[in-house]
Design a protein around this ligand. Structure first.
Ligand SMILES: Cc1cc2nc3c(=O)[nH]c(=O)nc-3n(C[C@H](O)[C@H](O)[C@H](O)COP(=O)(O)OP(=O)(O)OC[C@H]3O[C@@H](n4cnc5c(N)ncnc54)[C@H](O)[C@@H]3O)c2cc1C
Length: 389
């Protein structure tokens, strides 16, 4: 087999890149370790920035998202019984869109399939060869057979645990990491959301988030120990804990019901530099992770796709490698700002076991600043709706 761009990973990064390339007549093949249903069943991000919306439109898959997604003009921040709102549209002129990652992925799979795009599922033992030379190739096993594809470029879109980042020699990359001493226990329930906008809550018992996917599908999270297990939490225990962490008048309106999904996500900040090694380009979670507090995971993946897509089209259409040469620098400049925002918002909203009284006072002072200062709200809003690219 031969293609122009071999994409490892059929998550949102890989699918979006493949679909965008297809629209410009550039061939790609996607190699995905899991089945299609498995990928579609993963409940993850749900808040999309304008940049991702534009890319979905450009990829020709924005229709359902524009019809069924929910525009959010602001968000609520609660601490104890206090609550205030940050108006994104007032401060930036821009809303965000609530539309689940599962739906983004489904729209992209359907578009790739309709266009006859090649996606190889259940691949094992993917290995990248000669990425530092002119003729890279990728090998894998599938159904007992050994397979190989030759290509011009490899896009490593295979997430944090993928093979792409580890294919770059250790002495050619540098990793930066912060692991937070807690996780998020999340549930999905077929109940109406407690509020039409997200509520981020800092309470003495820890962080909570009231989020949603649509009018009858709610997503709620509570901060939990990094070592906690889903089995330790019945639905009733989850709802009781959530109610203790949000203002009383909000808790009164909370509609509870059976969870249809329950999981714990660890919180981590991580960046690897550079995001390019020869003809291998890392994209999305393969290169960086943010704690989900700032809703930046999927959105930073999208900005990487934008820079890589631009570089590849410049290369194929204009025979100019400048965009590819600048890919890592351009992508990382934006990534570090999203990392900063996600880290800052996580520091502000969570309880840390080793937090001193002084740290706590700083958190409250920061919260008061955010509540009372137009400038602080504008800075928060600019980052939340997504920095331009
Ligand atoms: C539990 C969880 C909850 C999250 N919640 C949020 C949230 O609320 N908000 C938010 O903004 N972000 C959230 N994120 C982050 C967001 O989902 C990711 O940033 C986004 O999925 C990144 O997309 P990606 O395509 O780069 O990587 P992924 O979605 O991880 O896709 C990578 C794909 O590569 C495949 N793969 C891996 N290894 C190989 C291999 N060796 N060979 C072939 N294929 C391989 C995987 O099966 C996967 O399909 C969450 C992430 C997790 C894990």
């Amino acid at each position: 087999m031969r293609t122009q761009v071999c994409i490892i990973g059929g998550g949102p990064s890989g699918l979006l890149l493949s679909q965008l390339l297809h629209r410009r007549g550039i061939e790609s093949v996607i190699l995905e370790r899991q089945t299609r249903d498995y990928v579609l069943g993963r409940i993850r991000a749900g808040v999309l920035e304008q940049g991702l919306l534009r890319l979905m439109d450009e990829a020709g898959v924005g229709g359902r998202m524009r019809r069924e997604g929910f525009e959010h003009a602001g968000t609520l921040i609660a601490y104890g019984e206090e609550m205030f709102r940050i108006d994104f549209v007032e401060h930036t002129g821009t809303p965000v869109m609530v539309y689940g990652q599962t739906e983004v992925t489904r729209d992209l799979y359907e578009a790739r399939e309709a266009a006859g795009g090649i996606i190889e599922f259940e691949v094992e033992g993917v290995a990248i060869h000669d990425a530092d030379r002119d003729a890279p190739y990728v090998t894998w096993r599938q159904g007992g057979a050994e397979k190989r594809i030759d290509c011009d470029f490899v896009a490593g879109c295979d997430g944090f645990h993928g093979v792409s980042r580890r294919s770059i020699p250790e002495d050619a990359r540098r990793e930066y990491e912060k692991v937070y001493p807690f996780g998020w226990l999340g549930i999905l329930s077929e109940t109406p959301p407690v509020n039409h906008e997200l509520i981020y809550a800092n309470s003495p018992r820890g962080f909570a988030l009231c989020s949603m996917r649509n009018e009858n599908l709610s997503r709620y999270y509570v901060q939990c120990s990094a070592h906690d297990k889903v089995e330790n939490w019945s639905d009733d225990e989850f709802w009781a804990e959530l109610k203790r962490r949000i203002p009383g008048h909000v808790a009164e309106g909370l509609v509870t019901g059976p969870s249809i999904e329950k999981s714990i996500a660890p919180l981590r900040s991580f960046v690897t530099e550079p995001m390019r090694w020869g003809r291998l380009f890392l994209c999305g979670d393969a290169a960086h992770i943010v704690p989900p507090t700032g809703a930046k995971g999927l959105n930073t993946a999208a900005s990487d796709v934008h820079y890589l897509f631009s570089g590849l089209t410049q290369f194929y259409e204009l025979n100019d490698a400048e965009g590819l040469d600048l890919y890592s620098e351009r992508a990382l400049a934006r990534i570090w700002k999203a990392e900063r925002f996600s880290w800052w918002f996580s520091q502000l909203m969570h309880r840390f076991e080793d937090q001193t009284e002084f740290d706590r006072k700083m958190q409250i002072a920061e919260m008061e600043l955010l509540r009372s200062s137009e400038a602080a709200q504008k800075a928060m809003a600019e980052n939340y709706v997504g920095l331009p690219y």
